[in-house]
Write a protein that binds this ligand. Structure first.
Ligand SMILES: Cc1ncc(COP(=O)(O)O)c(C=O)c1O
Length: 421
């Protein structure tokens, strides 16, 4: 072993079992450090973090105030059981509640996004006394037992058969419409009609919740057309169904609002969050809960919990993150970066480059959709491609890295989701 990087690699390859990977085929790059929008390897190669790691690092690497808040909390009290009240926990819950729309005034803390979607669905089932959960194709809701069942992309396939009672529907995607729609308005109308029909055919009295990513993240940065979320809200109200917005990726500033749903002035019954709540400096997620659903568990015990629910280090990091977003005006900044820099840049790329079929997004949350042919919209690589079929995307990834950019790619897309500061 010659270098520090070799030592890191040595332990990693012998002992670390990596997510979503054939263990023999991965060779993770040892990372030595990071600051702001950049991180670097042991040889000093610097990379611009175009995807904010897993689209969680909204405040960039090593924000000094965030690091200091964790250090202060660590010196005071590292951990405390979930049944106690604690300053960091209470303050984080208050700050989050004050930023959610409507009366989502209660927060159940988890360790991450999957546990948040699991618990939101459980709350919806117990609240309604119904069992089915409707989620969209082209969605990701996490990789634990039920969360992977809610997921509407190929990551679910390897875990099937999953729990029953999960029904998938098609959400709006104007560029590749499942409804042969010609514009956003038609896509919206037809996607809502399809959702309503799915509910009717499933039996509305059996449907507990519609869970959807407010702005679909990994599956394409799909910004809902005007009227879609309001339409989902109306359908849910009409059938007594709980509306769950999964904001694990879209929440806490990436879309230029605390919660993306606030762009469309819609109030869901439950919001799931994680990632950007504290930029992942300490794992944290949660469910923001409306008064009505919280009331279900006023006199009846909620049958769920986690050893680290409301972990003080994670909550102190959330408190600091929210303060930093406010002090540094980062919601405005995300919109400014989107409107003044990312959108004009991506539009120019689209005008110049025949392989760019569409660019779309908002705030600091964008996708470049690559095609073989603009007229037919044939994807640059097939759906769920791997190995040789995915070679063109692998070449793009390699070229980005050669030029000091660490991209987040998925299928035929490059996602542009840098830190919002
Ligand atoms: C929309 C959405 N929901 C849920 C999750 C799962 O979160 P976690 O990986 O923290 O369990 C993710 C993760 O990428 C996500 O993007």
């Amino acid at each position: 072993m010659n270098t520090a990087a070799d030592a890191v690699r040595y332990n990693d390859r012998r002992h670390v079992f990596h997510s979503w990977s054939a263990q023999k085929l991965v060779d993770p790059m040892p990372v030595a450090g990071g600051e702001g929008s950049f991180f670097w390897d042991h040889a000093g190669h610097r990379y611009f973090d175009l995807g904010s790691q897993t689209v969680n690092l909204n405040l960039g690497h090593q924000h000094p105030k965030l690091v200091a808040a964790i250090q202060t909390q660590a010196a005071r009290l590292c951990t405390i059981a979930p049944w106690f009240a604690n300053e960091a926990r209470g303050e984080a819950a208050r700050l989050i509640s004050e930023r959610t729309p409507g009366d989502l005034n209660h927060v159940f803390f988890t360790n991450g996004g999957a546990e948040a979607t699991e618990n939101a669905a459980r709350m919806a089932r117990l609240h309604t006394g119904r069992h089915k959960i409707l989620t969209a194709y082209r969605s990701y809701h996490g990789a634990t037992g039920a969360a992977i069942a809610y997921t509407g992309d190929p990551r679910r396939w390897g875990s099937e058969p999953t729990i029953g009672g999960v029904i998938h529907f098609h959400g709006p995607y104007p560029y590749r419409s499942s409804f042969h729609a010609v514009d956003d308005a038609e896509e919206c109308e037809r996607a809502l009609a399809h959702l309503e029909q799915t509910i009717v055919f499933e039996g509305p009295h059996t449907v507990a919740a519609v869970m959807l990513e407010t702005v679909v993240g990994t599956n394409g940065i799909l910004v809902p057309p005007e009227g879609y979320l309001a339409g989902v809200r109306e359908i849910c109200d009409r059938f007594g169904i709980v509306m769950i917005c999964d904001e694990v990726m879209a929440g806490f500033g990436g879309c230029g609002e605390w919660f993306a749903v606030q762009h469309w002035q819609v109030t869901p019954d439950l919001i799931t969050f994680a990632k950007g709540v504290n930029s992942g400096y300490v794992p944290l997620g949660g469910v923001a809960i409306s008064e009505r659903i919280a009331a279900t568990f006023a006199d009846r015990a909620y049958p769920g919990g986690l050893t680290y629910s409301g972990h003080p280090l994670a909550c102190a990091a959330a408190v600091a993150s929210i303060q930093i977003i406010e002090e540094e005006g980062l919601l405005c900044n995300a919109n400014r970066l989107g409107n003044d820099l990312i959108w004009p840049g991506l539009r120019a790329l689209m005008e110049d480059h025949p392989s760019v079929g569409e660019v779309r997004g908002l705030g600091c949350f964008w996708a470049i959709e690559l095609v073989r042919d603009r007229a037919t919209r044939e994807m640059l690589v097939p759906f769920n491609a791997s190995g040789p079929e995915a070679a063109p995307m692998a070449r793009i990834t390699a070229a980005c890295k050669e030029h000091g950019v660490w991209p987040f790619t998925h299928f035929n897309r490059v996602h542009v989701a840098p830190p919002i500061n």
